[in-house]
Every structure is written in C-alpha cells, then in structure tokens.
Ligand binder design. Structure first.
Ligand code: PMP
Length: 386
C-alpha cells in the first residue's frame, strides 16, 4: 500500500515531476531536448546563486559529483584537507586517497563541527590544494556554515569544495558571494527528482586550476575534458554528444527546477527552516534528543534523533512503517544502532510532518516508551501558529 517516504533521500516527489519522467523519450539532440538541457543548466546557476559558475549535469549518483570534483582538481602527491562531520567526510577521504592525494582529516566529535580555529591552524601548517566540507552530513544531521570555511580556504590559497548533496535547494547557499569553488548535489534530495543525476557548479578559479593541471585527469568518465564542450554546447542551445544523457530524468529536472525557481530559492530554504525547527521542537517535546549539539548546527533538511535508551530501535521503525511512514536507521558507524533519521526536504509540507509525528508517536507507544500521547503534534501546531 501507499507509504510516505520520509528518509533523507530519495524523498517524496511532486506528481508533475514524476509525470515528466513518463513523457516520450526523445533524441538527446532533438531541439526540444536541447532546450530542456540548456534550461536546466541556466536554472542550476540560479539555484546555486552562481551566475559565473560552470554547471555540469551528468548521469550518476551524488558520489559521481564528488568523484568529478576531486578527480579534476587534485593531482598525485598534493595535500587535501577534509573537514569531516560524519560518514560523508570519510567518503571524501576515500576518493582523495584513490587519486593519490595526501589527505589530512579534521574530524568533529559526533554532533559537533570542527572549529574555525582548528581549521586555520591546519591551513597554516601545510600548503593545501583544496579543502572539502559537507554542508549537511546526512549521517549526523549536522549543518556546517560554509561561508567562513570558504573564506579561510581562500586566505590560504586553497580551493573550497562543498558537498551539498543533502543541502542544495534546502539550505541557503550563495556560491559566488561566499566564494565556494565547487558545490554539488544529487537529484534525489532537496532538488526533488528521482535518483540518477549528478549536478555540480565549478567557479572560474576551479576551471582555471583544472586547465593548468600538470598531469592528466585520472578518471575517464568524470574528466571535464569530455564534459565541458557538452555543457557549453547545451548552454548555447547546440547539439553535441559524449555520453547519452538521462533524457527522461533531465526533463523531470527541468520541471522541478522550474517549480523551485517559481517558489524562489530564499522562500524555499525558509520553508525548510520553518518546518525543520517546528518538527525538531516537537521531537524534543516527547523527550527525544537530537544528534547535533545545538540548534545553530542542526540541519533543516533532515533530523538525526537518538532512540530513547530503553527501546528496540528496529522494532520502533517497523511500527512507524506499519502506520505508513518510512523513516531511516542510523548511518554513522559509531552510533548506528542508537538513532534514526527523518528527511524533511523538497516539497515538504505540514501534512507530511503531522503524519510523520503521528506515526513516530504510535511507534514509540508500541515499543513501550511512555510520554503524553499527542504532545509532539501539539508542539508542532503551536510552532506553526506562533
Ligand atoms: N554526500 C551526502 C551528504 C549524502 O547525503 C549522500 C547520499 N546520501 C552522498 C554524498 C552520496 O550520494 P549518492 O548516494 O547519491 O551517491
């Protein structure tokens, strides 16, 4: 039967986006598709707030966007600094290591961020080619402020790379104003399109760095040498070919980006903030604890929540599912069995959150956790009325 998908990606998609997936597949050089692809690239620049950036749109998951950022910018033996706030920081380290970088990882305590002081101390220590950060680490629900980190990277002549897979179109990002060299995401999160597209925007400085490489890019599929002419062609509404684009997904992306554009990116991130804060207060009202240490570093796209100590987490999630709501288990290896995750991004609305809170209360009751039934819902409603 029909279930509400409240995991941190894939998410619930707008019916018009799903309908677009079902339109007839056209040639990748058909005039209508050239216009669709070009329009997507223009709209990506809007959403990223990066009119000067070079957009890339290719078939693959979010990890391909990570791979593309790293493989095009790093050369063997260069230093890279990873600011890790969870599982996806570790993935940066793995990719960088694969391409021969000397990697230093600054790992935050679970639920915390790395201090700007520690980042600056490390940047003074060595000559770093690039700094990576995860805007929202989906394993901890921790939100990093990318602006001061990007400014520090610039001060020490390093490129800044932002993993925005769990944040683009859900958290505020001004790529050009904040001076971030790379921002990327995957389609299945706040961008609101089924899985399968990697989206990335590179600053002029990042493109310059790539052009001035001393050694060839060590990946065939990710190499900008293959993709830059394709992106430029679509931006200029001209036919081209390197690898067949995901025609139906790109048409669905156009529909979703048009919706985002119509709503306005600032309105959209404000809606995420409003529902996230109200949901998180509602969760705290029934005695549960969030993984992030403070509200300033708590994401607006998902919530990572500790189970009450005495309950069976797997049984709890199963019971929530019985009521028709799918939530996610833990992902961070060190605390995996102790917490669950709820995604609230994209076309999130009050009805979906109300249903989710109701299912969480039901699940908690079923596994023997005692609290005042209805109190999370009451808190959520009070927050909306405030
Ligand atoms: N980075 C972050 C922050 C993510 O949340 C994810 C996906 N959960 C990824 C990278 C990897 O994306 P994908 O699963 O689409 O490869």
């Amino acid at each position: 039967s029909r279930k509400l998908l409240m995991i941190p990606g894939p998410i619930e998609f707008e019916p018009s986006v799903l309908r677009a997936m079902g339109e007839a597949t056209t040639s990748h050089v058909a005039p209508n598709f050239i216009e669709t692809f070009g329009n997507c690239l223009d709209l990506i620049q809007n959403v990223w707030q990066s009119p000067n950036g070079q957009p890339f749109l290719i078939a693959g998951s979010g990890t391909l966007a990570m791979d593309m950022a790293i493989s095009n910018l790093i050369e063997k033996g260069e230093n890279a600094l990873v600011i890790s706030t969870g599982y996806f920081g570790e993935r940066f380290k793995d990719i960088l290591t694969t391409y021969g970088a000397n990697v230093t990882v600054l790992t935050a305590a679970i639920g915390d961020v790395v201090s700007l002081n520690d980042i600056e101390t490390e940047l003074k220590n060595k000559d770093y080619k690039l700094v990576t950060m995860t805007h929202v680490d989906t394993s901890t629900g921790v939100l990093v402020d990318p602006k001061p980190v990007a400014a520090l990277a610039k001060k020490y002549n390093a490129l800044s790379i932002l993993d925005g897979v769990c944040s683009v179109a859900g958290e505020e990002i001004q790529q050009d104003n904040w001076g971030i060299d790379i921002v990327f995401t995957g389609s299945q999160k706040a961008i609101g399109v089924p899985p399968g597209l990697a989206l990335l925007v590179a600053s002029p400085k990042a493109m310059e760095t790539w052009k001035n490489r001393k050694t060839p890019v060590q990946s065939y599929y990710s190499d900008w040498k293959n993709w830059l002419p394709i992106m430029k062609a679509y931006q200029n509404r001209k036919p081209s070919y390197f690898g067949t684009p995901a025609v139906n997904l790109i048409r669905a992306l156009e529909v979703s980006l048009e919706l985002i554009n119509k709503q306005g990116i600032t309105n959209r991130t404000n809606v995420h903030k409003k529902y996230a804060k109200a949901f998180q207060k509602a969760i705290v009202a029934i005695g549960l604890e969030l993984v992030p240490n403070s509200t300033e570093i708590t994401a607006n796209t998902l919530s990572a929540i500790y189970y009450p100590r005495e309950i069976d987490g797997n049984e709890f999630r199963k019971q929530v599912g019985e009521l028709g709501v799918i939530i996610a288990g833990g992902l961070h290896a060190e605390i995996k069995a102790t917490y669950f995750r709820v995604g609230h991004m994209g076309s999130i609305n009050a009805a979906d959150i109300t249903t989710t809170l109701s299912a969480i209360e039901y699940g908690l009751s079923k596994v023997g956790y005692t609290f005042k039934l209805g109190s999370s819902l009451a808190t959520f409603q009070k927050e909306l009325l405030a």
